[in-house]
Design a protein around this ligand. Structure first.
Ligand SMILES: Nc1ncnc2c1ncn2[C@@H]1O[C@H](COP(=O)(O)OP(=O)(O)OP(=O)(O)O)[C@@H](O)[C@H]1O
Length: 270
């Protein structure tokens, strides 16, 4: 997947400009940034749903287009209606056989693949339940199983960990990480919180205020780099093996980070 001199602007508002980026097969790119910085718009461009204002984009040797089967996509969470006439395993099955309505591959190999995917996202126990009856986190795990089902060459994920508990965040992150390392997918993973995926990430694209910075997590997740990007003082703290960004408009502190930060502050004060 390659972007050359890519710019996306809505009217006078530029989301990013002159972006040169190749995500190689097997590489895991995290896309970070504050609300409204353009993360979802970046994915929509890769999906062929939004056109670049200038520059070029090639996916697996061809221009981006909608409905490309080499691209797997986990959309931002939106719950199914309670009366959706689809069981959990049917939803996952839609991703398995390369055919929207699931007519092509049936029988034992189809069922075995669906079972395997359900297990990988911890959904075996609710495979036969209609999707609309499931919690947001349970539905989200199914969407991830559906997106990876056909081992897509390019896997695009829009905040897939939202509403998952810590254990499922870890499992799902590992599953997406394996799509890159074992199956050679180029992964683009939009997230507010880098910590759950940190061990899988090769590079970070950090968007802010119409600008971006690109590099390894070690290169990008640094106080001076993010301060420069935001144009204001931002601290990146490493606490307990976790990275906490403090001071930027997208400061996200989960309970764990707050606890840790609290204890550091207490220590420093005492
Ligand atoms: N089709 C559009 N026309 C005009 N402006 C748009 C369009 N789509 C998005 N925007 C604007 O572009 C900006 C970036 O939106 P986007 O959804 O990409 O941000 P985001 O980084 O994904 O935010 P969040 O973290 O809140 O999901 C927002 O200010 C949004 O209002």
């Amino acid at each position: 997947m390659t972007l050359k001199r890519a710019t996306l602007a809505y009217g006078p508002r530029t989301l990013w400009e002159d972006l040169n980026l190749t995500v190689a097969p097997g590489e895991f790119l995290a896309v970070l940034g504050a609300n409204g910085s353009g993360k979802t718009s970046f994915l929509k461009t890769l999906l062929g749903m939004t056109q670049l204002s200038s520059g070029t984009l090639m996916l697996d040797g061809a221009p981006a287009r909608r409905g490309n089967r080499t691209v797997g996509y986990v959309p931002q969470q939106k719950n199914f209606a309670p009366d959706t006439p689809l069981r959990a395993r049917d939803l996952v099955g839609l991703g398995v056989d390369g055919d929207k309505w699931g007519f092509r591959l049936r029988g034992r190999s189809y069922r075995a693949r669906v079972d395997e995917l359900l297990e990988q996202v911890g959904a075996t126990s609710y495979g036969n339940i209609p999707v609309g009856m499931l919690s947001g986190g349970e539905q989200q795990r199914l969407r991830i199983a559906q997106a990876v089902a056909a081992n897509p060459k390019i896997l695009l994920c829009d905040e897939p960990l939202l509403s998952l508990d810590l254990n499922h965040q870890k499992e799902v992150s590992a599953l997406v990480g394996r799509q890159a390392k074992d199956h050679g997918a180029a992964v683009v993973f939009v997230t507010h919180e880098i910590n759950p995926i940190l061990e899988h990430v090769d590079r970070v694209l950090y968007l802010a205020g119409g600008k971006f910075t690109l590099g390894t997590p070690q290169e990008v997740m640094r106080s001076e780099v993010l301060s420069e990007l935001y144009g204001t003082r931002v601290e990146v703290l490493a606490l307990d093996g976790r990275l906490v960004v403090v001071g930027g408009p997208d400061t996200v502190l989960d309970g764990h980070a707050l606890d840790t930060l609290g204890s550091v502050t207490e220590r420093e004060l005492s």
